[in-house]
Write a protein that binds this ligand. Structure first.
Ligand SMILES: [Zn+2]
Ligand SMILES: [Zn+2]
Length: 186
């Protein structure tokens, strides 16, 4: 069920996307305040963010980017599998506000950054098991480097944002209008 991945109990997929975009694009902001905000918006315990871990977060964003860029399923699953071997995992059931009962994937005494890595890795892996590469990618808009993950029901997204979708549609409309007279005269 899509809700297991995208429901209120986990915003880890969205958090992974936000981190990759923050630290691997020209327009992204990988500063400490931006990282805190990204954690807060996606319901991680941002208060536990330690500036000393900022570079670990950034490194994780750079590590995940190739997953979103992968065009072959083997490439994507190979990357996730390798990371699941490398990142300390120790699944257990947690029960805390605001989520109630839910899974934690890192060892119980882990720091925030370690929990973040484990959670984003698991949720991206679940997304791939459910949809293959059909729900993730790099924004189709010209010049945009952002990645996206589509957790909607329809699952037809190709852009990182409404802004990029609209910009591309307007450009396509103008291009069509320009070519119409030539087609009409031929
Ligand atoms: Zn939790
Ligand atoms: Zn975009």
């Amino acid at each position: 069920m899509a809700t297991q991945i995208t429901g209120y109990k986990s915003k880890a997929v969205a958090a992974a996307v936000a981190l990759v975009n923050a630290v691997t694009t020209r327009e992204g902001d990988g500063g400490e305040d931006a990282l805190r905000e990204l954690l807060r918006v996606n319901e991680f315990f941002w208060e536990q963010f330690e500036p000393a871990d900022a570079e670990v977060f950034r490194e994780w964003g750079r590590t995940l980017r190739p997953f979103f860029e992968a065009t072959e399923l083997d490439e994507a699953t190979g990357l996730l599998n390798a990371l699941m071997l490398a990142i300390p995992m120790h699944p257990h059931i947690a029960n805390h506000e605001p989520h109630g009962l839910h899974m934690h994937y890192a060892p119980p005494s882990s720091r925030l950054v370690e929990r973040f890595r484990a959670a984003t890795l698991m949720k991206l892996s679940e997304l791939v098991c459910q949809y293959g590469l059909g729900r993730t990618g790099v924004c189709a808009a010209d010049g945009c480097e952002n990645v996206y993950a589509d957790t909607s029901k329809a699952g037809r997204r190709r852009f990182c944002s409404e802004t990029c979708a609209n910009r591309t549609n307007v450009a396509a409309f103008r291009a069509r209008r320009r070519t119409v007279p030539e087609q009409a005269s031929s």
